[in-house]
Design a protein. Structure first.
Length: 691
């Protein structure tokens, strides 16, 4: 049989959403490569996805339904049939659906970014059931909210323009590891003479390759942006014409920025005053000379108490200097708001017959342990987990683990591998990988609608999420015709055809080509037209004021820091962040042997001065702890971690760590200033050497 090539798309939680070509011979996927014709992928895949066949054909794949036979957490199961699995799930859910449907909780996130295998048939199922809603906030909602107050929506600089910028600020991200195709554009800009600046507490792979690295303490990015505003205004490096025409609240902003002198900013951020001046002048003077300046702000800045405000402050900078005039200027947090997805058609919220409670996925540890009450409602008695691994990824992990360990909690997990969460399941349902199902995708780093065609038949008895929820709906007796829609019928509704941006969307054509760019202007805000209430970039936000927030850019201290909690800092003097390891993506790919071998084992980067005061040598085993918990890993003594900061690259499956724990033992369930998001990087710890 001759080889065929199938057009696919990367499903993972990454801005790049690569276009993929899968070579199939005799029903087996033999090669996976980037589509050379796709303008952003350009034939290049990251080290993780280039090994996707290894993941799909792994001997560790879950291929049959399983029933727990051991204690929760032991990971002992027996194989059962699909009929038995579906019957058992329906038998457990039906009494709850009749008496207290809100006792049932879905738990999912971005294990796949697909519009079908993510939230389509699953949402219909839970809406019809009347289950509790899940507030899916665990990654980016703080920044999205702050950005929306300022810009109006998740719209920004087109990836394909960055190579023409003359200054690029890479703020709170490590694109070499997590945004490869942006990094390729930034490298091209560098070859053309652009200056690259990394703003990151950690000297990442990206920071090492930039002209300038500024390392503020975690949670102080909002102050750094205010300090930049101070210098830009004081030294007349702003675009008065753009400000007058296309912004709101400049006079109030001037008063606020005047408070943030370079000296105050430097002291707050823990950096030299000269760096504040150098950064602001590089950005402002380049823009003043009529050259494009761009910011790529990522999610690292927002995982602290004031994370939403930090992104808001940074998002004000392009309008101050008129950077939006240029296609290669402005800022990108996410491009997802450019896509007119048709979520109501996919998810059918109209099936929900009454208002139900919403549970925040970040606080799942507390919520699984919470008893029934008038304020909370019924106790959570059943959880269905898909596209997520909460036992590994949710904060305050000991509470999460205790919640899932409840013998009276009925837990169903749809999965491809036996993750930490699967070990706590009562029933496990085998899910397909991207090579085995259809899906439609948007992107949050570029502007292409994407199609994923199934390349191979499902292995074993694995089924797509959509099919699993169709089967569950039938077992529950749901008769609405929407539960019979095929994946192609779902995909044909993925994007709105009545929107100028996607008026050319046609699913059959998209499947054949693989990708299609939205109709978007090259410089979206060159003439204002921001999707805010005023139509302008809002330095002063009445919406924030109405929501009880400071309507101007501000600085909000961390929950845990030397200045906000001095007593706690005396006990736990080191800040800790846990950014992604290069070879993992959240907790995905941790089980791929070749990638885990490259990553080694869990390690903690610690500055030489902090190591010396604790008698810690390179390679020692150390214990990282605070009042919430502890974990053990190997120390790397390095100046990549600034003084006062330790860095644990993550997220390891707990079962693959020496002590069965990971960095989320010490992180908090407290939420951000806006967006109800997690504060993973707002964490104080102590570190000690262990034998």
């Amino acid at each position: 049989m001759t080889a065929t090539q199938v057009r696919a798309a990367c499903p993972h939680d990454c801005p790049d959403t690569c276009a993929i070509l899968v070579t199939v011979e005799n029903g087996v996927a033999t090669e996976i490569k980037g589509d050379p014709d796709h303008p952003t992928t350009a034939g290049v895949l990251c080290t993780k996805v280039s090994r996707y066949a290894e993941r799909t054909y792994s001997p560790d794949r879950l291929l049959y339904p399983l029933r727990r036979v051991g204690k929760k957490g032991e990971g002992k199961f027996e194989r059962i049939s699909w009929n038995d699995a579906l019957d058992e799930i329906a038998a457990r859910l039906k009494p709850l659906a009749e008496s207290a449907p809100e006792a049932i909780l879905p738990y999912s996130y971005c294990g796949t970014m697909g519009l079908l295998q993510g939230e389509s048939m699953s949402s219909r199922f839970f809406h019809q059931l009347g289950a509790s809603l899940l507030d899916r906030t665990i990654c980016a909602m703080a920044g999205f909210t702050g950005y929306k107050y300022t810009i109006g929506g998740s719209i920004g600089t087109d990836l394909e323009q960055f190579q023409d910028a003359k200054v690029i600020l890479i703020w709170g991200g490590n694109p070499i590891a997590s945004n490869l195709h942006f990094w390729m554009r930034a490298q091209e800009a560098k070859r053309r003479g652009a200056k690259l600046v990394a703003i990151d507490p950690y000297r990442s792979l990206t920071a090492e390759k930039c002209h300038l690295h500024i390392a503020p303490m975690p949670g102080t990015d909002a102050a750094l942006a205010l300090g930049m505003m101070h210098v830009l205004i004081a030294e007349n490096l702003v675009d008065d014409d753009y400000i007058a025409q296309y912004t709101l609240g400049y006079e109030q902003l001037k008063e606020r920025a005047a408070e943030w002198t370079p000296a105050r900013t430097a002291a707050t951020c823990g950096i030299p005053e000269e760096q504040v001046l150098e950064l602001a002048r590089l950005y402002g003077q380049t823009a003043r000379a009529g050259e494009p300046v761009a910011i790529r702000v990522n999610y690292g800045v927002q995982r602290v108490r004031g994370g939403g405000m930090a992104v808001r402050n940074i998002a004000c900078l392009p309008a101050l200097v008129g950077a939006w005039r240029h296609a290669a200027g402005g800022i990108q947090l996410s491009t997802s708001g450019s896509f007119p997805t048709n979520k109501p058609a996919l998810q059918r919220p109209d099936l929900l017959k009454k208002l139900v409670r919403t549970i925040n996925m970040t606080t799942i540890g507390d919520d699984l342990l919470r008893p029934a009450s008038p304020a909370f409602g019924p106790r959570v008695d059943a959880v269905i987990v898909y596209n997520s691994n909460p036992v590994a990824v949710a904060p305050d992990s000991s509470k999460v683990q205790a919640g899932f360990a409840r013998e009276d909690l009925f837990t169903v997990v749809l999965e491809q591998f036996q993750t930490d969460t699967v070990d706590y399941a009562d029933i496990v349902l085998p899910a397909t990988t991207q090579l085995e199902h259809a899906d439609a995708h948007l992107a949050y780093g570029h502007l292409y609608m994407m199609a994923n065609n199934p390349a191979i038949a499902p292995l074993g008895e694995a089924k797509p999420n959509t099919e699993i929820f169709r089967l569950l709906a039938a077992r529950m007796g749901f008769t609405d015709p929407c539960f019979a829609e095929t994946d192609d019928e779902l995909a044909s509704k993925a994007f709105r055809k009545d929107d100028a941006r996607s008026i050319h969307f046609d699913w059959e054509s998209l499947k054949k080509k693989g990708w299609e760019k939205l109709n978007m202007p090259a410089a979206p805000f060159a003439y204002g037209k921001f999707p805010t209430p005023s139509g302008k970039c809002e330095f002063f936000s009445a919406a924030m004021q109405a929501d009880g927030l400071d309507p101007l850019p501000a600085y909000i201290e961390n929950y845990e820091s030397a200045s906000s909690t001095p007593d706690l800092a005396a006990k736990y003097p080191l800040a800790m962040i846990s950014p992604p390891a290069r070879n993992f993506l959240n907790s995905t790919f941790v089980n791929v042997q070749s990638l885990r071998a490259t990553e080694g084992e869990p390690q903690l980067d610690i500055h030489p001065d902090d190591a010396t005061t604790r008698a810690i040598n390179h390679g020692d085993m150390v214990r990282i702890f605070n009042d919430r918990g502890s974990f053990v890993c190997k120390a790397r003594v390095t100046e990549k971690a600034r003084k006062g900061l330790v860095v644990g690259l993550s997220i390891w499956w707990k079962k693959l760590a020496r002590d069965g724990k990971n960095a989320n033992e010490v992180t908090s369930q407290r939420l951000t200033d806006m967006g109800r998001a997690p504060t993973f990087y707002d964490t104080l710890v102590q570190v000690e050497r262990v034998s």
